[in-house]
Ligand binder design. Structure first.
Ligand SMILES: Nc1ncnc2c1ncn2[C@@H]1O[C@H](COP(=O)(O)OP(=O)(O)OP(=O)(O)O)[C@@H](O)[C@H]1O
Length: 604
């Protein structure tokens, strides 16, 4: 008999282990979801309270597919959001009731340890491929390198993404994979963590009927073959899709009118006097008798509710009573903050280099502005002595401060706006902490704020003929330019984190900056500011940038009218201004972090 080498033995052992673990991942613990006495109301813009969900009890069996259906506005998404612990009490929303997994109450902190939520919109990092997206999650959720690889491979296989695993996901401005593949990637993104339960909000919306069927079929396999609990809301499914459901919940005006096996649905409604016509899709018929536009339907609602209370309500309570009591482990894999920051920064960097437009925009802008400013102010630094020389130079220096603030501010507002939902989704899934995301993003932004002003200033410095008495003056000028960029970048990040809407952020920022520019000492002399309003100069980072850069430039230059620093009414000092700029950078970043943190809390 041929001898097996040690290497082969190791390989066989590894394959056996892989097969065993893969099996163990499949034959997982079944979890039952339940909810009791769910009441949810919201206050509208006129201060009127409106009850969306009314005293709901429900049960979603482990290893089964539960579909939540109802007319538009019936409360399906609200219910799913409550099940995924994404809704909490706020000033305008009131939620009472409890949600359970295997009879244990859960909340937003514990939800992600056994379940995952797939949003209606595919919120994915556009510049990554499906494989890279899965690797990102696996790296954050697993510590064992082999397990990481196995989970990624399994997910790609399960979600049938082999063909497009290395293609860019893409988005509105970036060509990428198809809608169906995106939906599979969204589900796969959650599947990597091997959740016992997956909740999905309208997983078929925007997909053609064949792709929709495929997606629901794959979800059915996840439930039946891998014992996962699958719950989703869905709009008007085809009759093929209808046959894939195990359990159905029908909602009308925030109350259940049916909750039980799919197979009983038609007979139940026939029994209470609502017969589905032969050869028609039962769910089309259900939707037709549930919508509120027809007065006949509205008149029948009371019958549906009464019959539900008579027939299903106690049944559901019994099912809740009998739901699995087996212990579930709220397992939490926590990677270190440094590790999270490293992964987030690497991903952001990869994104920058793949989204060429962004890179071109930032570096191209620096190059262009360097040449433009250099050309416009060509040679003005070489002449000195008169008021005209001074005024052109002061104008240039102030223009530089403005330009560096704006050019580093807007890219980050726009970029954060596109990434905000990804952050909220990933933070919600407890992939990383807000702090790690913030630091990861900051680490990638800082090099841009170093490189772009250096490119710009090196081009224009010699063209304009700025002060090069010694190397120290040149280095200090560039250092102040970098600090100005960092402050602009921080203001952009703060605005991106503070506003929910990109239009509001981009509209507000110039408005807020205008007084800061007006009081920065170039347009009006600080000596002439009225006391009651003059304080604005002290909260303007541009004032300190201008004073620092101008004092640096004017040293060893002499003018016939006296000291330009006095004429400009500078009142802080060069290095003091630099110190304040550093302090501004830290404080604005801190505010940005606080806004990001509160954005995340608002989302909950
Ligand atoms: N935070 C909120 N503030 C005000 N109204 C809300 C809020 N959340 C939900 N609603 C209202 O509650 C009702 C139910 O909303 P929900 O999104 O749950 O319905 P839905 O059944 O999922 O509808 P659709 O199928 O159209 O998505 C709607 O009329 C909606 O306008």
């Amino acid at each position: 008999m041929q001898e097996i080498t040690i290497q082969q033995q190791i390989e066989i052992a590894r394959l056996n282990e892989t097969a065993m673990s893969s099996k163990s991942l499949r034959s997982r613990k079944v979890v039952d979801l339940a909810f009791k006495n769910i009441n949810y109301s919201v206050v509208d813009t006129k201060g009127q309270s409106r009850q969306i969900l009314k005293n709901l009890d429900g049960f979603c069996k482990g290893g089964e597919v539960t579909a939540i259906l109802g007319a538009s506005g019936a409360g399906k998404t609200s219910l799913l959001n409550i099940l995924s612990a994404r809704i909490s009490n706020t000033k305008t929303a009131r939620l009472t009731g409890k949600v359970f997994v295997n009879n244990i109450e859960y909340n937003s902190e514990t939800f992600s340890n056994f379940a995952a939520y797939v949003m209606q919109n595919d919120v994915l990092f556009e510049t990554l491929s499906p494989r890279e997206a899965f690797e990102f999650v696996a790296n954050l959720k697993y510590t064992d390198p082999e397990l990481k690889i196995r989970r990624v491979e399994e997910t790609i296989k399960t979600m049938k993404l082999e063909r497009c695993q290395n293609a860019m996901i893409g988005g509105p401005n970036l060509k990428g994979i198809s809608g169906g593949e995106k939906k599979r990637t969204s589900i796969g993104f959650e599947l990597v963590t091997n959740p016992c339960c997956i909740l999905l909000d309208e997983p078929t919306s925007g997909l053609d009927s064949f792709t929709a069927f495929q997606i629901i079929h794959e979800l059915t396999l996840l439930a039946h073959d891998q014992d996962r609990t699958i719950v989703f809301t869905i709009h008007q499914p085809s009759s093929d899709i209808y046959l894939l459901f195990d359990r159905i919940m029908l909602l009308v005006q925030g109350k259940f009118i049916y909750q039980g096996p799919r197979s009983n649905l038609v007979d139940y409604f026939k029994g209470i006097g609502f017969s589905c016509p032969d050869h028609s899709n039962p769910l089309d018929y259900m939707i037709s008798i549930m919508h509120q536009e027809s007065q006949t339907n509205v008149d029948n609602f009371q019958t549906y509710f009464k019959e539900y209370d008579n027939y299903w309500a106690s049944n559901v309570l019994k099912e809740i009573e009998q739901s699995s009591k087996s212990q579930i482990q709220f397992k939490k894999v926590e990677t270190s903050t440094l590790y999270q920051i490293n992964l987030i920064a690497k991903r952001a960097l990869k994104s920058y280099f793949r989204d060429r437009l962004l890179i071109r925009q930032r570096f191209g802008m620096a190059l262009f502005m360097g040449l433009l400013i250099g050309g416009t102010f060509y040679g003005i630094g070489s002449t000195q002595g008169t008021y005209v020389d001074y005024s052109s130079l002061a104008g240039l220096l102030f223009f530089l401060c403005m330009n560096m603030t704006f050019s580093s501010l807007f890219p980050v507002v726009l970029q954060f706006a596109t990434e905000r939902d990804v952050f909220l989704r990933e933070e919600n899934s407890k992939l990383y902490t807000t702090f790690s995301y913030f630091m990861g993003k900051s680490f990638v932004e800082v090099p841009f704020c170093l490189i772009t002003p250096i490119i710009q200033e090196l081009i224009l410095y010699w063209m304009v003929g700025l002060n090069h008495m010694n190397g120290g003056i040149v280095v200090t000028h560039i250092f102040i330019a970098v600090l100005t960029c960092l402050n602009g970048n921080s203001i952009g990040l703060m605005a991106g984190c503070a506003f929910n809407d990109i239009k509001a952020a981009t509209g507000f920022v110039p408005l807020a900056l205008l007084p800061l520019f007006a009081f920065s000492g170039f347009y009006a002399n600080p000596k002439q500011f009225y006391d009651w309003i003059g304080w604005i100069q002290y909260v303007s980072p541009i004032k300190y940038s201008f004073e620092a850069i101008a004092r640096n430039e004017f040293q060893s230059r002499s003018y016939d009218f006296g000291d330009p620093n006095d004429v400009l009414g500078f009142n802080v000092g060069q290095w003091e201004s630099v110190g304040i700029l550093i302090a501004f950078f830290l404080v604005i970043r801190m505010f940005a972090f606080m806004f990001l943190h509160s954005l995340r809390q608002k989302q909950q």
